[in-house]
Design a protein around this ligand. Structure first.
Ligand SMILES: Cc1cc2nc3c(=O)[nH]c(=O)nc-3n(C[C@H](O)[C@H](O)[C@H](O)COP(=O)(O)O)c2cc1C
Length: 214
């Protein structure tokens, strides 16, 4: 099973999470490739060559990454069939105020609905306050936001809030889920006879089961 981890990042926390995801997959014996769309938006991606995909984006100014959204729209048909998961990285999800956390969930729902993608797993990770990576204006802005949220305001330091145990648990859940998507040998071998199913791992039969039991 080969997984693509497709992500965007501005200050690096989402990349750090993507790295941990690939390490955890490797610990379970699964290969993965990472593609950072923020530095390489032009390279075409052979998504079809992968068995599964994990997509991750940070929230900045109440928005997920727009370049990633373009990819998701472009690959809508393949994504609909392959096992996939979305991880969100934000600070709002850490807030004590339910309204702030609800706002993050609303941004997520709007993003997934805009891209017409329905990943079977979705998760929210807390990101980081990376003061050393911000320019002067951003540092001031983030300090004001942090003060309001009761987060650290001493800009001489960076603060990481990501729960790495949660990241590992997410990967373990993903692996379990992808294993359930594996087509039986019998079905898979028929792929040359029928046009579908063509993928070794597919959510098509899981969706069909869900529809049957609904
Ligand atoms: C300029 C700026 C705007 C941000 N806007 C939001 C926001 O609207 N909502 C939120 O929950 N987090 C927001 N954050 C927090 C980021 O999601 C968090 O710092 C995350 O770790 C950034 O991920 P990255 O390092 O991969 O870019 C913002 C951070 C910055 C620097």
């Amino acid at each position: 099973m080969r997984t693509l981890i497709l992500f965007a990042t501005d200050e690096g926390q989402t990349e750090k999470i993507a790295v941990r995801i690939s390490e955890r997959l490797a610990e379970q014996g699964f290969a993965s490739d990472r593609h950072n769309i923020a530095v390489d938006p032009e390279t075409p991606i052979a998504l079809d060559a992968y068995d599964a995909v994990i997509v991750g984006s940070p929230i900045h100014y109440s928005h997920y990454d727009a370049r990633l959204a373009d990819y998701l729209k472009q690959f809508r048909d393949v994504l609909h069939e392959m096992p996939s998961a979305f991880f969100s990285v934000s600070l709002g999800i850490l807030s004590d105020a339910e309204t702030e956390r609800e706002e993050v969930r609303k941004i997520t729902d709007a993003y997934l609905s805009e891209t017409d993608w329905n990943p079977l797993l979705k998760i929210h990770f807390a990101g980081a306050l990376s003061y050393s990576r911000y320019n002067w204006l951003k540092r001031k802005l983030m300090q004001i936001i942090a003060r309001k949220a009761g987060s650290p305001t001493d800009t001489r330091f960076d603060y990481e809030f990501t729960n790495w145990v949660q990241v590992d648990q997410f990967v373990d859940q993903f692996v379990e889920f992808v294993n359930r998507c594996k087509q039986s040998d019998e079905l898979y071998q028929q792929r040359t006879i029928y046009s579908t199913p063509t993928r070794r791992y597919s959510v098509a039969h899981l969706r069909a089961q869900a529809e049957e039991s609904a």
